[in-house]
Every structure is written in structure tokens, then in C-alpha cells.
Write a protein that binds this ligand. Structure first.
Ligand SMILES: [Zn+2]
Length: 323
């Protein structure tokens, strides 16, 4: 329980909640009762009915979904959850010195252009600099679905948080498990890691680096998501739909028996072709050419794909697909 420092109401908080939003007056505040000003939201453009229609429309276009689903599906639950995200703009400049891998090629095979008898690899000193502006997006709650965590947030459309707007849809506004300072520290680390990845595209070994990382504007934004549940036949399926954009973040849906049987058939054919390719590749290897390893790899991959298809076809679990 916490007491709002602005309207005196008592309200529920969970373990780890450190930046609170009062459900009565909508004021964002620290646990010490200090008002947090940089609090934004993305406006709802898809009400409950539109979100449901959009979802059924999307689901009905997925492969193997029973044709009568849009007319027979019944919605059991619909809740609008406002998830908190911390957004930071980070300016990063990295100067680096390191070693890149390079090679000299000698004695091209006459019958195989581009293949050499002798290749000398060596390290070459390289240096350079990267300047980037990163927009770092960190979910403010730990218990969040991976797809909701990673769904695109149109931060340019942000406006100041409106308690009245969230109330219009009976939205549940979640507290944040993270303070502004914690979010900024994490944004610094993420920007540092992204710069490291940029440098590692240029050199294999970093010998020295100098970073100037400036965590600038940081704000809290609440993003509304429709958490839906519908029934088809005697099973229930869950879905998340973005309330600002109607984007289907994720959805479970049923697949018809005919489609599952088809998947098993295609899988078996791929498995057979894959196994055939592997046999061929192994045979050629026996003759002694080393370069035909590609057949083994692609045959193996095809066989694996075939097995996946057979599994998916045979599996009774409902599909969970990303957009
Ligand atoms: Zn209040």
C-alpha cells in the first residue's frame, strides 16, 4: 500500500514498485512522494471493439486458420494494460584502436578461380571513431511478455500522460519497478554495448578505446496494450494488440486438422530430400573433395526443417506466431 502525496488516496503497490502512478489522480511519484514530471503516454486509437476486429482480421489471414473463426470466436476477456517504458536519448562517441584480421593469398588453383593453395592470415592495426545517437527503450516492469517488451513504440507521438484518457478505457496503469536513475544507468550500459558491437564490426580485437557517452533526455512513457482472450471451439487463445496502432503484438490461434496433416506431409518430403542430399555429400566426401561440405550442411538443414514441420503439424499445441 502507498499513500498518494497529491490526493491522499491509498492505493495498491507490488513488490519492487518504485515509481508509482496514483490510480485516483494519475500523478506519477517516487516512493518518497516527489512528483515525477517527465511522464508521457501514447494515445489510444483502437478501442476494445476495433482491437477485437483487427485481431480477428489478422488471425483469419494466418495459414491454416479455420475459415469460420472470425464469426464463431467469442471474446472472454479484454483488459487494457498500460505498460511503463523508460526512453533515453544517448549520444555516444567512441574512438578505438585495435587489430583487424587480414590475409594474403598465393597460388590460385588453375581449375578453381578464387581458391588458393596458400593463405596467410595476419593482424593489421586499425583505428577509427563512431558517433551515434541511440534511442534506448527499457521496460519499466520485470514481469512483461517478451513480445510486448520488444514491440515498436511510436515515441514521436507521445503526449503528456492523461489520467482521464486512461480511465476512459478502464485502463490499468502499471507502476514502474525502476527509478529514473536506474533507467539512466542501464541506458548508459546498453549504449556502451551497442558502440562495442559497432567497433567489433571493424576490428576483431579492441586494444584501447575512449568513450564519451552522454545520457540525455530520459522520460517515462505509458503504452496501452489490449490483452485479449477468445474462445474458439472448446479452447481459449490469448492475444496482445497495441491500442495506439492496432498492431497485433502476438496471438495464439487454432489451426485446422487439414493444415496440420499437410504440414506433416511437406515435412516428410523435406526430410527425405535432406537425407538424400546428405548421403550424396558424404559419398562425394568419400572420393576426397573437401569443398562439397555445402551439400551436407544444406541437406542437414533441410532435414531439420522437415522435422520441425512434422513436429508442428503433429503438435497439439496452438501456434504462437509473431508479426
Ligand atoms: Zn493521487
Amino acid at each position: 500500500m502507498a499513500k498518494c502525496a497529491f490526493c491522499d488516496a491509498n492505493f495498491e503497490t507490488g513488490p519492487g514498485d518504485v515509481l508509482l502512478v496514483c490510480p485516483y489522480c494519475g500523478t506519477a511519484q517516487t516512493t518518497e512522494g516527489k512528483k515525477f514530471q517527465d511522464h508521457y503516454m501514447i494515445r489510444v486509437h483502437f478501442g476494445q471493439g476495433e482491437a477485437q476486429t483487427t485481431l480477428l482480421d489478422w488471425v483469419s489471414k494466418q495459414l491454416g486458420v479455420p475459415e469460420d473463426l472470425p464469426v464463431t470466436a467469442k471474446f472472454l476477456k479484454y483488459e487494457q494494460i498500460w505498460y511503463p517504458f523508460w526512453i533515453s536519448r544517448v549520444d555516444a562517441h567512441t574512438e578505438y584502436r585495435g587489430l583487424g584480421r587480414d590475409a594474403n593469398f598465393y597460388d590460385e588453383w588453375p581449375q578453381r578461380r578464387g581458391a588458393y593453395k596458400r593463405i596467410d592470415f595476419f593482424w593489421k592495426p586499425e583505428s577509427g571513431a563512431f558517433t551515434r545517437r541511440h534511442e534506448i527503450n527499457i521496460a519499466g516492469v520485470k514481469n512483461i511478455d517478451e513480445d510486448v517488451r520488444n514491440h515498436p513504440i511510436p515515441t514521436r507521438a507521445k503526449e503528456y500522460f492523461s489520467h482521464a484518457h486512461a480511465e476512459e478505457y478502464d485502463g490499468k496503469v502499471l507502476h514502474s519497478n525502476m527509478t529514473e536513475d536506474q533507467a539512466k544507468k542501464m541506458a548508459y550500459q546498453i549504449a556502451h554495448d551497442r558502440q562495442t558491437n559497432l567497433v567489433l564490426q571493424e576490428v576483431s580485437k579492441i586494444e584501447s578505446r575512449d568513450d564519451k557517452i552522454d545520457v540525455g533526455e530520459t522520460f517515462l512513457i505509458h503504452v496501452p496494450v489490449w490483452e485479449l482472450e477468445y474462445r474458439y471451439g472448446n479452447k481459449k487463445y490469448k492475444a496482445s494488440v497495441s491500442a495506439p496502432t492496432g498492431y497485433v503484438i502476438e496471438s495464439q490461434y487454432p489451426r485446422s486438422m487439414a493444415f496440420r496433416a499437410g504440414g506433416i506431409g511437406v515435412g516428410l518430403i523435406m526430410l527425405l530430400i535432406g537425407a538424400g542430399l546428405m548421403v550424396l555429400a558424404l559419398d562425394v566426401l568419400g572420393i576426397g573433395a573437401i569443398l562439397s561440405g555445402g551439400g551436407l550442411v544444406s541437406g542437414g538443414l533441410l532435414a531439420i526443417l522437415g522435422l520441425i514441420l512434422i513436429y508442428k503439424g503433429a503438435s497439439r499445441k496452438e501456434a504462437k506466431e509473431r508479426v
